[in-house]
Design a protein around this ligand. Structure first.
Ligand code: ADP
Ligand code: ASP
Ligand code: MG
Length: 407
């Protein structure tokens, strides 16, 4: 008998019929004698609907009140799933984040979990009940409702598994595992039997939305056995996120390709080429709590230089406003932005022991006439910024070039 935490994503609870289907799956595990804690997302599309609704009322929604609004999606699904289980003759009890006490910090819309009270859940499990917890939400020390950032139910699931020392955390979604790239973009993508934490962390941070990055960080930190599976298939082992590389497997150089459509490029042109300029540009951006990703400073000419960096698309307008505020002080000739870009990345621990990976990547893109605007590398990844219109082409040709479409 095991203690299993199962997380079901939005598509998996998208209709009443699908919620009943989840109840059937939970019932199956319960019948095998396992203790089950279920974490659910809002029904698919609901969080987007709630955000749009909030924006209709207030263009820049107040973060505290936005969390009050967008956390409601998950409250609906926990209640519905509890009803479906009870209807099937299974004892179940739903909890909101605040009721469990998923304690977070107070950064509304991107709060971090600090602790989880496992005592009431354990009492329910001991009494034979299925515990159902609302994903994506928590409560801060003052009792305010908080949310964990888009895709945050994954993190709720893993954090609960860590708090309960569960035997496994199963993330049920609309694909049957982690693939070499998003199978919606490259139909030839192959499902991975395992992927290392390191690689999964990179994939998630570089845009693969199959797992929220914080859920992977949590699982790594607290040693949670984490698996991604389909809620629409009866059988299948999904993909296990592993701590160790499998010594029996021949490791490909590149394990996966990630992409991100959510970044924009900011260009600061004609700034004086002198010490401290990067700080003068990026300092105010950081003070405005805007995340900067890639950064390029060109070689100076005639005493001036150009500076570019990427920020989340949502923050582009705000970034430009911040920089225009200090433009005279910096002495920049021009400040502009481009939100028609995307980031494409290749990821693999095998890169450590291979040379020529970057040149293969750049040649492959060049052969398709795709211009690279920015490059950044780390030990196990290479990312490039290209025109957004080339996203699918770039991912497809790289997937092929690194042999990922071969079984
Ligand atoms: P859920 O609502 O269940 O949390 P998400 O939409 O957040 O589901 O995540 C699942 C989706 O992630 C898939 O439908 C797929 O399009 C996308 N995805 C992106 N990259 C990958 C990848 N490498 N492997 C599998 N799915 C991926
Ligand atoms: N419902 C939230 C979202 O759409 C959380 C999640 O699905 O994980 O981002
Ligand atoms: Mg998700």
């Amino acid at each position: 008998m095991a203690l299993i935490v199962q997380k079901y994503g939005g598509t998996s609870v998208g209709t009443p019929e699908r919620i009943k289907n989840v109840a059937r799956r939970v019932a199956k595990f319960k019948a095998q004698g396992h203790d089950v804690v279920v974490v659910v997302s809002a029904m698919s599309g609901e969080t987007n609907r709630l955000i749009a609704l909030a924006k209709e009322v207030q263009a820049n929604p107040d973060p505290r009140e936005l969390d009050v609004v967008i956390s409601t999606g998950e409250q609906v699904t926990i209640g519905l799933l509890a009803m479906a289980l009870k209807d099937a003759g299974i004892e179940a009890k739903s909890y909101t984040g605040a009721q469990v006490k998923v304690l977070t910090d107070s950064f509304f819309t991107k709060a971090r979990i600090q602790s989880i009270d496992d005592v009431p859940m354990r009492a329910d499990l001991a009494a034979g009940r299925v515990v159902i917890v609302a994903g994506f939400q928590g409560v801060d020390a003052e009792g305010n409702i908080t949310t964990l950032g888009r895709g945050g139910s994954d993190t709720s699931g893993v954090a609960l598994a860590a708090a309960l020392k569960a035997d496994e955390c199963q993330i049920y979604t609309d694909v049957d595992g982690v693939y070499t790239t998003d199978p919606r973009v490259v139909p030839e993508a192959k499902k991975l039997k395992t992927i290392t934490f390191e690689e999964m962390l990179e994939m998630a941070s570089l845009g693969s939305k199959v797992l929220q990055i914080r859920s992977v960080e949590f699982a790594g930190k607290y040693n949670v056995k984490l698996r991604v599976l389909s809620s629409f298939q009866e059988e299948g082992e999904g993909t296990l996120i592993t701590f160790e590389e499998d010594p029996n497997m021949e490791k490909p150089v590149v394990s996966g390709i990630a992409f991100n459509r959510d970044e924009a490029r900011v260009n600061v042109t004609g700034v004086p080429d002198k010490p401290g300029i990067a700080y003068q540009i990026l300092g105010p951006v950081a003070d405005a709590n805007i995340d900067v990703d890639m950064i390029i400073q060109n070689v100076g000419q005639d005493g001036t230089t150009d500076f570019s960096f990427t920020v989340p698309k949502n923050d582009l307008a705000r970034t430009i406003k911040v920089l225009e505020g200090v433009q005279a002080h910096i002495g920049a000739k021009r400040i502009d932005g481009d939100d028609k870009i995307c980031k494409v990345s290749i990821v693999g621990v095998g890169m450590r022991s291979h040379v020529g990976v970057a040149s293969t990547m750049f040649r492959t893109l060049a052969e398709e006439g795709i211009n690279i605007q920015m490059i950044s590398t780390s030990e196990i990844k290479i990312s490039v910024i290209v025109d957004e219109k080339y996203l699918e082409l770039a991912v497809r040709v790289l997937h092929k070039a690194f042999g990922l479409d071969q079984a």
